[in-house]
Design a protein around this ligand. Sequence first.
Ligand code: F6P
Length: 293
Amino acid sequence: MPLDLHSASGILPRGGSILGTSRTNPFKHEGGPEKMMANAEKAGIEAVVVIGGDDTLSVAHKMGEFGLKCVGVPKTIDNDLSGTDYTFGFNTAVSIATEALDRLHTTAETHRRVMILEVMGRYTGWIALEAGIAGGADVILVPEKPFDVDEVCDYIRQRHERGRNFSIVVVAEGAKPKGGEEIVYSESIDEFGHIRLGGVGYYLGKEIEKRLGVETRVVVLGHIQRGGSPTAFDRILATRFGIAAIDLVHEGKFGHMVAIKGNRIVSVPLKDVVGKRKTVDLELYEIAKVFFG
Ligand code: F6P
């Protein structure tokens, strides 16, 4: 599909990909990279702007070794890509999860329940942490800090003893109990070796109800947090990244990714970014813990 001005017009408020591309790994297919090179040549593609998270950008980095001229643009709701303060999509996901927490407060308060919101975040808890702070969650559980079910229950019990007879918990799908494993939804593994997670919210909900006898409900936010119209922040960031990516192509600075540091758009070599995970800001986690730790 030729990406001319006409085809890219009007996409600013849209999520997803107008090209219909999805995360596939050419290195998992016999002759995959060679086929990509041949297709690029046939289509007259001189440079590729690769938009995605660590998996996608690792492919861009490796394809560079095959001679494909790539520049990277950081995009994932998980915000776990190193080399950049923010990836686009993250702010939108945090906004959606925050709104969900606001709405869950209604039932939590009215029915005096524990409400658990499970959000995405396989290896890092950026969405859980930021949405949890913004949405005033009483407990925030992230993959970086394995949790103790007894501690979570003690904290909820103390709240109840103080007269706060409801609690809101936000948990990242990759959070795991101390000494335990992540809760797996399905053993099937994708082309990048990731297992499908999901269910930690239900695990926790059952434990809380069993140990405290407090009615507990669970909501799994799922792909709602990854869809729909992006926030103004993400639209501006994506626009700035897009312009910077085209500048990199014109400068011939391939094998680099655009990034935001502070409020400045910069570029970083893909080799310094891929395979490294940006885990949650522990200072921010400590701020959150003031309210629940
Ligand atoms: O990589 C982004 C992400 O949102 C993860 O947080 C999540 O585990 C995964 O995608 C789920 O993706 P899907 O269900 O579409 O495979």
